[in-house]
Design a binder for this molecule. Structure first.
Ligand SMILES: Cc1ncc(COP(=O)(O)O)c(C=O)c1O
Length: 386
């Protein structure tokens, strides 16, 4: 039976029916079917916790990692589960050795929490953070290559690069960026928090030293499901929580970091089943097309210009507002809260560089009329400021 995307799919999610949910990007949303699968695993675990943790879990975890690895274009032995991309980034950044004089290269589009980790690491070790300034609005990927090239000129101990930027919703030209770093002899850690499910991945071909990504965003796994990939010659990293098997290799060390609820990790197989059933390419194309139509609809309603080219965007688009709001968290929150409380529209607004921006997401349960409502609601809420 052909799947009809849009409002008719909302029954497959637990999302409240009285809202327009235009922020799949921040935390994802798992389908009911995947949540049900997770609940069954939790019940199984609680029926005989010792047997489950000691005898059942190790193989089951590796089988789930192998299923995920296949989807990511990675070898199973190079992929471990972590609860979120933050943990994946911390595992690498806090394990690597830095010393005064070392340079760590990144961009100004880096996710705030990761920037905090880098600030902490630099403060503790004396390493220097070199921030390549990628312009936004942006015209094309060559602007990214230019600033990265300049930043790598002085050499670096590590480059920390986003695959899809959080605030600006840009798909960065990661293949070429990794190549640039390799040519400069600089190892790369990629933050792919938004990538799995939103873009096609082939991690072995990409060749980054480390890559972390969330399954609980665009892959529709339950919250607390993410992965860390380490190329086979770069598996000398450790989880931030050292536990029983810390000296028994990469997968063993990460597969057990202490007692926890492993059901989100194990449910990735159901999320993958759901994704494959819908056809990942078809889902990506449909969502990308919807995000593009929505970006055009909104920018034309607001008299603005979309600040990035279509080929640098996936299922999200960050847009200029009809009025320029000062780049403060308070301003952003005021508009966000007005849209939520007065219009039941969930959409993120945030400060970046010189102003506030709004980011839309498009998933299979969204329809164009939801962005039409957003267009009117934003015009209404900002009318007094124009
Ligand atoms: C680029 C990027 N990195 C890291 C994260 C952190 O993800 P998590 O909260 O799942 O660790 C996010 C979350 O949105 C993100 O957008």
């Amino acid at each position: 039976m052909p799947l009809i995307f849009g409002a008719s799919m909302r029954d497959l999610w637990n999302l409240a029916p009285d809202m327009d949910f235009l922020n799949h990007g921040s935390f994802g949303a798992a389908p009911l079917d995947v949540l049900h699968f997770q609940r069954q695993i939790q019940e199984e675990m609680e029926r005989q916790p010792v047997n489950f943790m000691v005898d059942v879990l190790p193989d089951r975890l590796r089988a789930a990692a192998a299923d995920l690895a296949e989807f990511l274009g990675a070898k199973p032995e190079n992929v471990v589960f972590v609860p979120n991309a933050t943990t994946g980034m911390n595992a690498v950044l806090r394990w690597l050795k830095f010393e005064p004089g070392d340079r760590i290269v990144t961009t100004n589009h880096l996710y705030g929490a990761v920037r905090n980790t880098l600030d902490y690491v630099c403060k503790r070790t004396g390493a220097e953070l070199v921030v390549a300034r990628v312009p936004f609005p942006i015209e094309g990927p060559e602007q990214v290559h230019e600033v990265l090239k300049a930043a790598l000129k002085g050499g670096a101990k590590l480059a920390v690069l986003d695959h899809i930027t959080s605030m600006t919703g840009l798909i960065l030209p990661i293949e070429e960026m990794v190549m640039q770093c390799k040519e400069a002899g600089v190892p790369v850690l990629v933050d792919g928090a938004h990538a799995p499910g939103q873009v096609e991945l082939d991690l072995e071909a990409l060749g980054a030293d480390w890559y972390t990504g969330n399954c609980h965003k665009w892959l529709m796994a339950p919250k607390g499901c993410a992965f860390l990939y380490a190329r086979e010659d770069r598996q000398d990293v450790m989880p931030t929580s050292i536990s029983h098997f810390y000296d028994q290799g990469f997968t063993k060390a990460f597969d057990w970091t202490g007692t926890q609820d492993f059901s989100a990790f194990l449910s990735v197989t159901e999320a993958l089943y759901f994704t494959r059933y819908m056809d990942p390419r078809r889902v990506r194309n449909r969502n990308r097309g919807l995000a593009q139509m929505a970006a055009e609809l909104l920018s034309s309603a607001w008299g603005t210009v979309v600040p990035s080219p279509m080929w640098m965007r996936g299922c999200m688009a960050t847009l200029d507002l009809p009025v320029r709001l000062a780049p403060t968290l308070e301003q952003a929150k005021e508009l966000h809260d007005a849209l939520w409380h007065r219009h039941r529209i969930e959409v993120p607004v945030f400060p970046f560089e010189d102003r506030c921006w709004l980011r839309i997401s498009a998933h299979v349960y969204n329809d164009l009329d939801q962005y039409d409502r957003l267009a009117g609601a934003v015009l209404q809420e900002t009318s007094a400021l124009r």
